[in-house]
Design a protein around this ligand. Sequence first.
Ligand code: TPP
Ligand code: MG
Length: 332
Amino acid sequence: MASKKKERGAAEPTPQELVRYYREMLLIRRFEEKAGQLYGMGLINGFCHLYIGQEAVVVGMQAVAGPADSCITSYRDHGHMLVCGMDPKGVMAELTGRAGGYSRGKGGSMHMFSREKRFYGGHGIVGAQVPLGTGLGFAHKYSKDNGVAHVYCGDGAVNQGQVYEAFNMAALWKLPVVFVIENNKYAMGTSTVRHAAGQELFMRGAAYGIPGEPVNGMSVIAVRDAAARALEHARSGQGPYILEMNTYRYRGHSMSDPAKYRSKEEVTKMREQHDPIDQLKEKLLADQLIDEAGLKEIDREVKVIVTEAAEFSQSSPEPDPSELWTDVLIEA
Ligand SMILES: Cc1ncc(C[n+]2csc(CCOP(=O)(O)OP(=O)(O)O)c2C)c(N)n1
Ligand SMILES: [Mg+2]
């Protein structure tokens, strides 16, 4: 039942796996910093929501994902795409609205998909991905492919009515879905204390008999452990599971957020004391799983990937004007 933790988690991560998680989190961080820069230079237009601070959540979830699992999230989606294995060049080029982008430059930051990588968006309507993701869970069950749908949403999104319709059906039909609530403490400028009746968001499925647990979303190891438990539950036919990831975003809601609703001290404290990348780096060094030279090499590799993505996002041409008429209506 809700909030009751089961004993079983993931097997201990190997040193190689821990280093991989570090690399993946760093890739997201550097990619997002670069996207922020390109936005500042006027090369990215429209909305752009960065994932900086929340990296451990998607990296820990994907660490124990199954080969057929699918993923769907909100507009804060760049990190999810990178960890699902989508090409950083295609993601960055979509941000700059170029033909080489995942939606051929016509979708932008919030609207990218890859059926090949089983990433189903990128959704700008708050909460809309939750029923869609429940549908992915239905598809997994119907096709018996042993997959689980990883359905991400924010703390603000869980106040949406459609989320509870989805919870009801997912529980009723025992669909293989893990609902991942990324509680970064704010929905735009409104804190959870001001927008949510009850702060235990992992309990929000209790009326439907959906188990839930709170997770330290700043620790990739804690996320991985909870993810293994939740995915096992869903994959074995016991129905949906809720994970409330307690996390934090360092940047504004979107690039156009003056951030007047929280203090600089609050952000600094999270960055300095709870950063997911720094914490894992310290562990890797303390356990002698890597040395300073090894860390520098990862830094360098990540920088190359991000630089190449940024270059591609500027050299790829803008979509041809004829593209205005494609993908608008589909023949019946
Ligand atoms: C249905 C709907 N209502 C309002 C908005 C405007 N809006 C965009 S993001 C957002 C806040 C969502 O916060 P949360 O779910 O916590 O996600 P986060 O941005 O923190 O990742 C709002 C109200 C929207 N896009 N869609
Ligand atoms: Mg939020």
